[in-house]
Design a protein around this ligand. Structure first.
Ligand SMILES: [Fe+2]
Ligand SMILES: [Fe+2]
Length: 333
């Protein structure tokens, strides 16, 4: 960790670093089982633009309830706690970073973030976890450090993405250059907001290869986020995002550690595109069209089949070598 660099990153994040008084309060109210829709409404109405947004959403045709919603309490009952929180956080971060100049493609960035959020929530639900809204939020915010770095160090940032292109490789370059990573910057920022550790820690660890096969209860949320990030159909930089055998092995290792049946993960992957489109609409996020998403999903399937083929070849080569070694040993003895 490079403490001085992290502090500079917070300074650079400006409004984003100090934003979330309302949002942290929203989360606190949500975590408190005794709290009511009234209390959540009281917190939210302190933020008029957010209130307007929630009310607009509640009146959108998606819900088709056929009656005008005029109050925050009514809106929370229609949308639900989790959706309101996700909306509040994503809308604020999304808006605040809108004008940040960066070489990152914002549409791709948010598409990957939203897909990761939804995939993480689905995995959490399939494992019967309680706080799936926290998994959703961790997913939505997991790469926030990339936005901060892109704004802070535009030239170097553009250069490393040009050279690497895949998030995992970028992480190594980040460490070499700045002594920290976008994951660590994201976690640091979320802690500044006083978000719970159940969100900050997974963000911190989403590229930590050391947790792939550790069966520890404290690591489950991080492993879910890591897997959610991996099954997201969208790469932040498309041309360089070739899925390789290492990534497939890492995914398989996470799946086994978490104890998710393979068919269940396939079902989650199948549902991901349509759910992402529906939720983006509702969160008012511009993440491209369904055609873009499907095209990318097909591309990933193609990459995946190539990676599987490579793995199978490698496997066959290894088996032949072992057989040969075995035969050689037998002929000597
Ligand atoms: Fe990342
Ligand atoms: Fe990511």
């Amino acid at each position: 960790m490079n403490a001085a660099f992290l502090e500079r990153a917070m300074h650079e994040a400006g409004e984003l670093a100090s934003l979330p008084q309302t949002l942290a309060e929203v989360l606190r109210v949500l975590r408190d089982e005794r709290s009511s829709a009234d209390q959540l409404a009281l917190v939210l109405i302190k933020d008029p633009p957010l209130t307007a947004k929630v009310l607009r959403m509640a009146n959108s045709p998606i819900y088709g309830i056929g009656q005008r919603i005029g109050s925050m309490i009514q809106a929370i009952r229609v949308l639900g706690d989790r959706q309101v929180t996700a909306l509040a956080l994503s809308a604020t971060v999304y808006d605040l970073t809108q004008d940040w100049s960066s070489s990152l493609d914002r549409m791709r960035f948010w598409r990957h973030s939203l897909e990761t959020a939804i995939a993480s929530r689905m995995i959490g639900e399939s494992l019967g976890r309680k706080s799936t809204e926290e998994l959703f939020l961790a997913g939505l915010l997991h790469d926030l450090g990339l936005l901060v770095l892109g704004k802070m160090e535009p030239q170097e940032f553009a250069r490393i993405w040009n050279e690497a292109g895949r998030e995992s490789e970028v992480v190594e370059m980040e460490v070499q250059l700045w002594g920290t990573t976008h994951a660590e910057i994201g976690g640091y920022l979320l802690r500044k907001w006083h978000l719970p550790e159940t969100i900050c820690q997974p963000v911190d660890q989403h590229h930590d290869g050391a947790i792939l096969d550790k069966a520890e209860p404290d690591l489950v949320a991080s492993q879910i986020l890591m897997l959610g990030h991996m099954i997201s159909k969208f790469r932040i930089v498309p041309e360089k995002g070739i899925l390789n055998a290492d990534a497939l092995l890492a995914m398989e290792s996470l799946r086994l550690t978490l104890g998710i049946p393979a068919e269940q993960l396939v079902d989650i992957e199948k549902e991901l595109t349509s759910t992402t489109m529906a939720e983006a609409d509702y969160l008012e996020m511009n993440i491209g069209t369904i055609d873009d998403l499907l095209l990318e999903a097909n591309r990933l399937l193609f990459e995946q089949s190539i990676a599987v083929e490579r793995l199978a070849n490698e496997n066959r080569r290894l088996r032949r070598r072992l057989q040969k070694q075995h035969a050689d040993t037998e002929s000597v003895t």
